[in-house]
Write a protein that binds this ligand. Sequence first.
Ligand SMILES: [Zn+2]
Length: 58
Amino acid sequence: MRVVKVCRACDRIIGEIELDDLTNANSDPIMDIVGNVSYTLCPGCLNDMETEPKGVFH
Ligand SMILES: [Zn+2]
């Protein structure tokens, strides 16, 4: 099964991955698969989340 990875923060398409077993995807806590779209975070947004103080918006 092919799923498209989309960043949930900036809606950027990150790429496509091939998933043979959906239980593998569940090992990634930031990944949320809906249909054949996998909502996750691109490296840029993930980096922002890790460096920004939590819950603080400009
Ligand atoms: Zn992003």
